[in-house]
Design a protein around this ligand. Structure first.
Ligand code: DP6
Length: 323
C-alpha cells in the first residue's frame, strides 16, 4: 500500500485551447496560454492497495460512478502502465471552489491527480513528464502543473505536447474577477465540445492564427502592456466562441448577462479601467484586471443585473505534493 496527496490550482486561458488533433492522446489543435488561479484548488489523495478489486473515486465526500469514475479509471490505467503496477486505487478529492461556480475543475483535478497518482505509484516525474501525464486526463490540466503564467505547446507527438512556465506568479499583479451569472451545470462540457470544433468552418482560421495571437499575448504579458494584452485576449475568446456558435450542433454558452458584462468591460476600459474579459465553455465571465483596479471592477460587476457573485483570484503557483 502506498499513498500520496497533492494540490493544484485551476487556470484561466488567455489564448484558448479548443479542439484536438488527436482525441485519444488529447493533443491540442493549437498552443494556448494561461494563468493559474491562486486560492482556488483541488486537493487529491491517491492510495494504491493490492486488496482492492476496483478503483474508487470520492469527490467532495460523494462516491462517484458512471462517466466520472470511467474517466478516472482510464487515467489511472495510464499511470499503472507507466509504473508497471496492477493495484487498484482509492482516490479522494476535494475542490475548495463551488461546483457551480463555472470554474472548470478538470484542470486542477487532473493536475493534482497526475502528481499524487504518479507519486503513489512509485514514479518520480519531473515537471515536463507531469504536464504530459496531466494532459491525458484533461488538456488544460497540463497548464496547471507549472507555476504562474503558462504556455501549453501543441505538437504532433505525445512527448512534445506539454506546458512550461513563461513567468512566475509575481511577474504581474493581475486579478481574475469571475462574474458568476449561472450555477447550472453546462449541457455540453469541454470534452464533447472539442469533438465538435472541426464542424465549424471557422476552426481552421482560428487555429491558423493562434500562434500569432499567442506571440502577441506573450509579449504583452512579458512587457506588462495591458492595452495590447486586453485586445488579444478578447479577440481570442471571441474567436473560440465564434467556432462554438457555428459548430454543428451549435454550442451557445452565453446568457444575456454574459454579453451585458462584456459590453460593460469594453466601456469601462475606454474610460480608463485596466480590465478585459474572457469566457470559457459556460456563461460566466472572467474579467482580468490589474490589481489596483480590481476592487472597483469587482464592485461594479456585482451591480450588474444577473451577476450572482464575484470570485477573485491572483496568479497561482504550481501543482505541489502535500505531506
Ligand atoms: C474552453 O481542458 O476542459 O476552457 O481535455 O476535454 O478536459 P478536456 O478539455 P478542457 O478544455 C478547456 C477548454 C476551455 C479553453 C481553455 O481552457 O483553454
Amino acid at each position: 500500500m502506498s499513498e500520496a496527496t497533492a494540490r493544484a490550482h485551476p487556470n484561466i486561458a488567455f489564448i484558448k485551447y479548443w479542439g484536438n488533433s488527436n482525441q485519444d492522446l488529447r493533443l491540442p489543435a493549437n498552443s494556448s496560454l494561461s494563468m493559474n488561479l491562486a486560492g482556488l484548488q483541488s486537493e487529491t489523495k491517491v492510495r494504491f492497495d493490492s486488496e482492492l478489486s476496483e478503483d474508487q473515486f470520492i469527490l467532495n465526500d460523494q462516491n462517484q460512478s458512471g462517466e466520472a469514475l470511467k474517466r478516472l479509471v482510464t487515467f489511472l490505467d495510464i499511470v499503472r502502465a507507466k509504473a508497471s503496477l496492477d493495484d487498484r486505487a482509492t482516490v479522494a478529492s476535494h475542490n475548495n471552489f463551488p461546483a457551480g461556480a463555472g470554474i472548470a475543475s478538470s484542470a486542477s483535478a487532473f493536475a493534482a491527480l497526475a502528481l499524487a497518482g504518479s507519486k503513489a505509484a512509485g514514479l518520480d516525474l519531473d515537471e515536463k513528464a507531469l504536464s504530459l501525464l496531466a494532459r491525458r486526463g484533461s488538456g488544460s490540466a497540463s497548464r496547471s502543473i507549472p507555476p504562474g503564467f503558462v504556455e501549453f505547446h501543441a505538437a504532433e507527438k505525445d512527448e512534445d505536447s506539454f506546458s512550461i512556465s513563461i513567468a512566475p506568479p509575481d511577474h504581474w499583479a493581475l486579478i481574475d474577477c469571475i462574474a458568476v451569472v449561472s450555477e447550472e451545470h453546462k449541457k455540453t462540457g469541454s470534452t464533447g465540445g472539442h469533438l465538435l470544433a472541426d464542424t465549424s468552418p471557422f476552426q481552421i482560421t482560428r487555429v491558423a492564427g493562434a500562434d500569432e495571437r499567442l506571440k502577441q499575448c506573450k509579449q504583452a504579458l512579458l512587457e506588462r502592456d495591458f492595452e495590447a494584452f486586453a485586445e488579444v485576449v478578447e479577440l481570442d475568446s471571441n474567436l473560440m466562441h465564434a467556432v462554438m456558435m457555428s459548430s454543428q450542433p451549435p454550442l451557445l454558452y452565453w446568457q444575456p448577462s454574459t454579453l451585458d458584462i462584456v459590453q460593460h468591460i469594453r466601456q469601462w476600459r475606454s474610460e480608463g479601467l485596466a480590465a478585459c474579459s474572457t469566457i470559457d465553455a459556460g456563461p460566466n465571465v472572467h474579467v482580468i484586471c490589474i490589481e489596483e483596479d480590481s476592487t472597483e471592477v469587482a464592485t461594479r460587476l456585482e451591480e450588474i443585473p444577473g451577476v450572482i457573485n464575484v470570485l477573485t483570484a491572483k496568479p497561482g503557483g504550481p501543482a505541489e505534493l502535500i505531506n
